[in-house]
Design a protein around this ligand. Structure first.
Ligand code: ADP
Ligand code: MG
Length: 585
C-alpha cells in the first residue's frame, strides 16, 4: 500500500488542483455537489480504515453522520443551551462521534461479518428513531436549522474551501496510518488474524482506536453536512446514504485510499450529472457495484495498481543467505529454555495432547515428528497461547507463559510459522515481513497520523530490517510484489522472514519443507541450522525424515498425543517402535 500511495501521489495532486480551481468555473450548483463529495469523503476516509483496511462490515455508519449533524445543529442553535461557535460545535461533534464510534464498533470485537453488520444497522435505526422522538432537542420531524459558518468560510465558496481543506487533511492522515505499522496491522487482522496475533498485534486495542478516529471524522462530516443542508430532519439520513458510504469503499477497492476517494467522487457525482437518472440513483449504485464486483473484484485500486500486473520472472530460485543472519538477530537478547511439563489438552473426546514433557534449549534444533493427528500442531498452538491446556505448564526462561493471550507471545520473542502459510494477501511481501516487527515500533497512533519523527524512525527501521530478513531467506527481489502472487514455496520462506523480523529467542516451524523441492529443502535446512547457531531455540515439526535427521540435535516422536520416543537422531533412527510405526522402513 505504501508503494501504491506513492504511485497515486500525482493523482492526489491533480485532484487537489482541480478542487482548488473549481470556483473558476463559477458554477454554484457544481460547487454544492463537490462540497457534498468532500463531506462524504471526510466520513468515508475514516470508515475506509474500518471497512477497507480492517475488513469489518460496518454498514450503518450513517448513524454517526446523524449524531454529528444534530450535535452541531443543536449546540449552535442556542435553543436548549447557550450558543456555541460553529467551530467549537464541530469539535463537540468529533467528540460525540468518537465516543459513539466505539459504541457502534464494540460488537466487532465479538461478532463477525454479518452479525456485526446487523448491529451497525440496528444502531442506525435507533439513532433515527431518537432524533424523531426527542422533539425538545432535535425538533422531531420538523427538524432544526444547521449552523452558518462565519467569514472566511461563509456559505458558498468559502464553505467549500473549508470542506475541501478538511477532506485533504483526512486523506493525508488516513494515508499516513495506512503506511504505518497500524495500517499494516489492520490489513493483517483482515487477511490473517491468527498470524497478526502471533506478531503481537492486539486486535481489541487497535480496532477501538480506529473506531474512535473513524467516529470522530464521521461526527465532523455530520456537522458540515448540517451546514450544507442548512436544515436537517431525520429523513435526511437515509439508509441509501449508508449504502453509498459502504459501496464507495467496495468499488474503490479494499486496502487503498485513492480507490475509495475516486469511488466517493463517482457515486456523489454520477446521479447529479446524469440528471434524468436521479430517480434511478439507487439502481445505478447497485448496477455499478455488481459490475465492479463481477469484472474487477479488487475495485478501482486494482485497475490503478499496474505494478502488480507486470508478469513475474518464471522459474525463480530461492537462495537464502544465512551469513546475513548475524546482522538481523540480536545475540545479546536473553535466549533460554522452553519447558513444557505435563501438558494435556482434549478436543471433545479426542486427547490431542496427553501429558507432554518437552525441553528445548537455546541454540538447539529440536525435531517434533509423528504421524498425522499425533498432536504436533496442537503442541505449537499451546506454546503460542491459542489453546489453554487442561493441565500442565509452559515456561520460557523459567517464566510461566500465560495462556489465551496469543498476542503476548511476541513480547517473549517467541515466533512461529504456520502449517498452511498465513499470508496477508493484499499487502506486499515487504509489508508481510514488516508485520513481524510490529512490537518494536515506539510511535503512537497519533504520531503516525501526523508522521511525527518517532513514526518515521520506526518505519525506516522496520523497513530496513524487513529487507534484511528478505535477503536472508532469498526473496529480496520480490519485496514489492503482492504476497498473493507468490508460489507456495516462496510463501513458506516469506513466513520465516516474518518470524525472523521479531528477532526471536525461540522459533517454531510447522512443516516448513512441505511443498518444497529437494534443492529448496537442503537450503532450508542450512538456514534453520544457521538460525540455531545464533542461539535461537528451534522447534521443528516436519515429515521429511532426511531434513529432521540432518539438522536436529534432538528429536521427539509423538503418537496419539504421547511421547513414543525421544533422543538423538541416531537413537531415533534405530528405535524399533518408531521405525515400524512411523518411519516405515
Ligand atoms: P498433527 O499436527 O500432528 O498432524 P494436530 O495437532 O493438528 O496433529 O491434531 C491432533 C488431534 O487433535 C487430531 O485428532 C485433530 O483432529 C485434533 N484437533 C486439532 N485441532 C483441533 C480443533 N481445533 N478442534 C478439534 N479437534 C482438533
Ligand atoms: Mg500439523
Amino acid at each position: 500500500m505504501q508503494l501504491r500511495w506513492l504511485e497515486g501521489k500525482a493523482t492526489f495532486l491533480l485532484l487537489a488542483i482541480a478542487g482548488i480551481g473549481l470556483p473558476l468555473l463559477d458554477d454554484s450548483y457544481m460547487g454544492v455537489i463537490v462540497t457534498r463529495a468532500c463531506i462524504y469523503w471526510i466520513l468515508i476516509a475514516g470508515l475506509n480504515l474500518v471497512v477497507g483496511y480492517a475488513g469489518q462490515i460496518a454498514i450503518g455508519w450513517v448513524a454517526l453522520l446523524t449524531l454529528g449533524a444534530y450535535t452541531t445543529a443543536v449546540t449552535t442553535a442556542g435553543t436548549v443551551m447557550p450558543e456555541l461557535s460553529p467551530y467549537l460545535a464541530l469539535v463537540a461533534s468529533a467528540a460525540i462521534g468518537g465516543v459513539f464510534g466505539v459504541v457502534v464498533g464494540l460488537p466487532a470485537l465479538r461478532l463477525r461479518t454479518f452479525y456485526f453488520a446487523m448491529t451497525t444497522l440496528g444502531f442506525a435505526t435507533i439513532v433515527t428513531q431518537i432524533a424523531l422522538a426527542w422533539k425538545d432537542v432535535t425538533g422531531g420531524g420538523i427538524g432544526v436549522a444547521g449552523p452558518v459558518f462565519p467569514w472566511p468560510f461563509a456559505p458558498g465558496w468559502g464553505f467549500y474551501y473549508f470542506c475541501l481543506g478538511l477532506a485533504a487533511l483526512c486523506t493525508w492522515m488516513t494515508a499516513n496510518i495506512a503506511a504505518s505499522r497500524f495500517g499494516r496491522s489492520l490489513v493483517a487482522i483482515r487477511d490473517a488474524e491468527v498470524a497478526a496475533e502471533a506478531c503481537g498485534v492486539a486486535k481489541p486495542a487497535l480496532l477501538l482506536t480506529v473506531f474512535v478516529f473513524s467516529g470522530a471524522l464521521a461526527g465532523v462530516a455530520g456537522g458540515l453536512f448540517a451546514s450544507l443542508q442548512s436544515y436537517i430532519t431525520p429523513d435526511a439520513f437515509t439508509f441509501d446514504l449508508s449504502v453509498l458510504f459502504f459501496i464507495a469503499i467496495l468499488i474503490g477497492g479494499r486496502g487503498s485510499i485513492l480507490g475509495p476517494l475516486l469511488g466517493t467522487i463517482l457515486l456523489t457525482a454520477l446521479p447529479e450529472f446524469a440528471a434524468p437518472l436521479v430517480a434511478w440513483s439507487t439502481f445505478l449504485y447497485a448496477a455499478l457495484l455488481l459490475l465492479i464486483v463481477l469484472l474487477i473484484p479488487g475495485g478501482i485500486a486494482e485497475v490503478l495498481d499496474y505494478r502488480n500486473r507486470r508478469p513475474l520472472q518464471q522459474h525463480r530460485a530461492i537462495v537464502p543467505k544465512p551469513a546475513l543472519l548475524a546482522g538481523l538477530l540480536d545475540r545479546t537478547a536473553s535466549k533460554g529454555t522452553l519447558e513444557l511439563s505435563g501438558i494435556a489438552l482434549a478436543f471433545g473426546g479426542v486427547r490431542a495432547i496427553d501429558g507432554l514433557d518437552l525441553d528445548i534449549r537455546a541454540g538447539e534444533v529440536h525435531g517434533l515428528i509423528g504421524p498425522n493427528g499425533s498432536g504436533k500442531t496442537t503442541t505449537l498452538n499451546v506454546i503460542s497461547g491459542y489453546y489453554r491446556p487442561s493441565a500442565g505448564h509452559a515456561r520460557f526462561n523459567g517464566v510461566d507463559l500465560p495462556f489465551s493471550a496469543p498476542h503476548l507471545r511476541a513480547g517473549f520473542r517467541i515466533a512461529r510459522t504456520f502449517q498452511t502459510p498465513r499470508l496477508i494477501g493484499g499487502a506486499s511481501v515487504l509489508e508481510n515481513v514488516m508485520i513481524g516487527g510490529t512490537i518494536d515500533g515506539h510511535g503512537t497512533f497519533a504520531e503516525s497520523l501526523l508522521t511525527l519523527p518517532r513514526h518515521r524512525r520506526d518505519e525506516a527501521e522496520l523497513k530496513q530490517r524487513a529487507l534484511q530478513g528478505l535477503a536472508i531467506v532469498g526473496l529480496e527481489q520480490l519485496a514489492a510484489v503482492r504476497a498473493d502472487r507468490l508460489q507456495h514455496g516462496e510463501l513458506r520462506f516469506m513466513e520465516i522472514a516474518r518470524a525472523l523480523m521479531l528477532r526471536p529467542a525461540f522459533l517454531m516451524l510447522d512443516e516448513p519443507a512441505a511443498g518444497l523441492s529437494g534443492e529448496e529443502i537442503k537450503r532450508l535446512g542450512a538456514l534453520i541450522k544457521a538460525i540455531s547457531r545464533e542461539g535461537v531455540g528451534v522447534l521443528l515439526v516436519e515429515h521429511h525424515a532426511d531434513l529432521i535427521f540432518d539438522i536436529c540435535d534432538r528429536v521427539t516422536v509423538l503418537n496419539l498425543g504421547k511421547i513414543l520416543a525421544a533422543g538423538t537422531p541416531a537413537e531415533i533412527r534405530s528405535h524399533r517402535e518408531v521405525v515400524s510405526a512411523y518411519l516405515g522402513a
